[in-house]
Design a protein. Structure first.
Length: 185
């Protein structure tokens, strides 16, 4: 079983464990929000986050997942009183400028944060979260293949959990509430 876990970690399918310190997922980042302001993980101190990596030109998956993320954040707030900030991190910084992100995330709610950056900054944050990203040429343009995982980050900026897109909203919301309570966040 341990060999299988090591193989999956090496392939990027599971987080790699450190020396008894738990999973190594997430970490420091420097990005730009939808209003053009520089942000780091410290900019969100004191606020738990639901973090999703996608892009504004995504034809189908990202809009559905972002809608789900916003509903989960609302359900968590209703069930626990804890405000969880939905954060959409682009994997397509070439097209997703702050103004474009601003228009996109505002369509999903006033509390949704959009983050972009340079290609190097986006590469760094996707590596920190073990997010698969691949640019795929299509008819003179391109699409972006990517992981569709929702990450829960505690108010202290530490990764707490992640959820696959096939989990029902109600199950994710319940798990988020339980995880936040257990972490003291």
């Amino acid at each position: 079983m341990r060999r299988l876990a090591i193989l999956f970690a090496a392939l990027g399918w599971l987080p790699i464990s450190g020396h008894g310190t738990g999973p190594v997922v997430g970490g420091p980042f420097q990005l730009t929000d939808q209003d053009g302001h520089a942000v780091t993980q410290a900019s969100f101190a004191g606020r738990p986050l639901l973090l999703y990596f996608g892009y504004t030109s995504c034809p189908d998956v990202c809009p559905v997942d972002l809608t789900k993320m916003v509903k989960i954040a609302a359900a968590v707030h209703q069930a626990s009183g804890k405000a969880v900030t939905p954060v959409f991190v682009t994997i397509d910084p070439e097209r997703d400028t702050p103004p474009r992100l601003q228009a996109y995330v505002r369509a999903f709610g006033k509390d949704v944060v959009g983050l972009t950056g340079t290609k190097a900054q986006i590469d760094a944050v996707t590596e920190e979260y073990h997010v698969y990203v691949k640019k795929v040429p299509v008819d003179g343009g391109y699409l972006m293949d990517h992981s569709t995982v929702l990450f829960l980050v505690g108010a202290n900026g530490v990764y707490l959990d992640h959820y696959g897109r096939k989990l029902p909203e109600e199950d994710v919301a319940r798990r988020v509430v339980t995880t936040l309570q257990a972490s003291g966040t």
